[in-house]
Design a binder for this molecule. Structure first.
Ligand code: C5P
Length: 258
């Protein structure tokens, strides 16, 4: 299903300037918080719980990926979701259609908001069918933000990252996916393909001057918003910061300034 979020629709609505300034500012502040997804890429459940406590009130959307999933993170995802906190389960599924479909059916029961799978046409079709009638937003991972042109050649692809991202975005749209995961470098071009309703979720976010780590296609928080990202995924710049709350608030301030 398309990711239809009223606040998000305002955020990408070209007519939003007609709103009253005060109302627009409040909505923008609220919607920016809903658009920041913090990656709980920490080694233990204890550390994840600590991070969520430290970020309470500032962050309302968390991503749980491989690291935490294999350390009790799936139960933690259920717990957060049942407490009203949005969870993005970053499982990057890819398998035969039947296996993907059965996995998605069970994930639907977890109550999470978003789930990733690799944006292969058959995989997306199987997942969309399995999630039909649910609120789960399925996201197609186009090309990992840690990959550049040479990495694509090494992996046997004929396409450069940008071309493959656009091709897979179009395939995701036709498969009925809820959104796309790509670099914010590609968000503008992706937005033109998928239209205003689909989520365009961008990892590889780095505030100016911060360490890139293994990420190659990186963009600052403000630029990502300007490029049309609906949601920004930020891991290490928040969870590895000495003051996580201050780091998240600085990123939110930058998003709001965009
Ligand atoms: O620490 P950092 O901000 O680089 O974390 C980005 C997060 O987004 C990681 O959890 C990574 O697995 C995830 N991700 C990504 N690129 C994608 C999809 C997900 O970096 N294409």
């Amino acid at each position: 299903m398309p990711y239809t979020d009223r606040n998000l629709a305002h955020a990408v609505d070209p007519d939003r300037d007609v709103m009253q300034f005060a109302e627009a500012d409040t909505m923008r502040a609220k919607s920016m918080q809903e658009r920041l997804i913090v990656g709980l890429d920490v080694p233990t459940l204890k550390e994840a719980e600590k991070a969520v406590r430290e970020l309470e009130g500032a962050v309302s959307f968390y991503k749980i990926g491989y690291q935490l999933a294999f350390a009790g993170g799936l139960d933690f995802a259920r717990e957060l979701a049942s407490g009203g906190i949005k969870v993005f389960l970053d499982m990057k599924l890819l398998d035969i259609d039947n296996t993907v479909a059965k996995g998605v059916e069970n994930i639907v029961r977890m109550g999470v908001t978003m789930l990733t799978l690799h944006a292969y046409p058959k995989t997306m079709k199987a997942a969309v069918e399995a999630a039909k009638g649910s609120e789960l937003c399925l996201l197609g991972v186009t090309v990992l933000t840690s990959m550049d042109e040479q990495d694509m050649i090494d992996a046997g692809y004929e396409y450069d990252p940008h071309t493959l991202v656009l091709r897979r975005s179009e395939q995701a749209l036709h498969a009925g996916m809820g959104g796309i995961v790509c670099s914010a470098e590609e968000a503008e071009a992706v937005r033109r393909i998928v239209g205003p309703d689909m989520a365009v979720v961008t990892p590889g976010i780095r505030p100016a001057g911060s360490d890139h780590g293994d990420q190659k296609r990186v963009v600052t928080p403000a630029q990502a918003i300007r490029n049309g990202s609906s949601h920004l995924v930020v891991g290490r710049p928040v969870v590895a910061a000495p003051d996580r709350r201050a780091a998240a608030e600085a990123i939110l301030a930058e998003m709001r300034s965009a």
